[in-house]
Write a protein that binds this ligand. Structure first.
Ligand SMILES: Nc1ncnc2c1ncn2[C@@H]1O[C@H](COP(=O)(O)OP(=O)(O)OP(=O)(O)O)[C@@H](O)[C@H]1O
Ligand SMILES: Nc1nc2c(ncn2[C@@H]2O[C@H](COP(=O)(O)O)[C@@H](O)[C@H]2O)c(=O)[nH]1
Length: 214
């Protein structure tokens, strides 16, 4: 089975957006999709139970672990990973079909999945979203009100391990003022489409601060 994915003959670009849980990536991505209707969001498969209000096929394809394992064995995933104790995966066919139709495709996935996608599709464009501080990350995770205390603590514990991979991404955005972060994300998408260079900060001192053991 080939691990490569092709969009030969089309202008579609594969974008990846990753972030520690609670940094605001889904909120940013949803707002970007409102502004840029020609981008398709890939809906992932997951073994995580649905949160209140989440719908099958709109937020995720919710599946049992045995079904997910069967799908892995069948090779349907472009990438898959265990994140915060649940399994998540991106359908290879869906992404390939959209790219071949000339659509830009956006994957909202973790750093492990991003590393797998870079191998399969080296011309993808990856963006990492940082929170402005650890305190704000915790406030957002709690303020969302969607997860148990145990889940929130696990996600906070895992956030350092995720932020440690930020430097692997093409672009890094700090989601402090929402509109500023959204404008930057949109500017990245537009620059990629127009094949123009966009200088973005690497935020090294903020990353050191977020990784510090305090
Ligand atoms: N710039 C911002 N300022 C304040 N609150 C924000 C900002 N961006 C997002 N939020 C809020 O933070 C919370 C977490 O956002 P969101 O669910 O988008 O995070 P996420 O990174 O997608 O998390 P996960 O990986 O767990 O899905 C939400 O309640 C959202 O409204
Ligand atoms: N490697 C992958 N990671 C994924 C995928 N879909 C989502 N995710 C990441 O999981 C965490 C948690 O998401 P949540 O919806 O349970 O809060 C987050 O970092 C997502 O980006 C996927 O298909 N592959």
């Amino acid at each position: 089975m080939s691990t490569h994915i092709s969009n030969a003959g089309s202008g579609g670009t594969l974008f990846i957006v990753a972030a520690p849980s609670g940094a605001g990536k889904s909120t940013l991505v949803n707002a970007l999709l409102e502004r840029e209707s020609s981008i398709s969001l890939s809906i992932s498969h997951t073994t995580r139970p649905p949160r209140p209000g989440e719908q099958y096929g709109r937020h995720y394809y919710f599946v049992e672990r045995t079904e997910f394992q069967r799908e892995v064995a069948e090779g349907i995933f472009l990438e898959h990973a265990e994140v915060h104790g649940n399994f998540y995966g991106t359908s290879r066919n869906t992404v390939q079909e959209l790219l071949q139709q000339g659509r830009d495709v956006l994957l909202e996935i973790d750093w492990q999945g991003a590393a797998q996608v870079r191998k399969a599709k080296p011309d993808c464009v990856s963006v990492f979203i940082l929170p402005p501080s650890r305190a704000e990350l915790e406030r957002r995770l709690r303020g969302r009100g969607s997860d148990s205390e145990e889940v929130i603590e696990r996600r906070l514990r895992n956030s350092r391990g995720e932020i440690a991979h930020a430097h692997e991404f093409d672009y890094i955005i700090v989601n402090d003022r929402f509109e500023d972060a959204l404008d930057t994300l949109q500017a990245i998408v537009r620059a990629v489409r127009q094949r123009t260079a966009l200088q973005c900060q690497r935020h090294e001192s903020l990353i050191r601060e977020l990784l510090a053991d305090r």
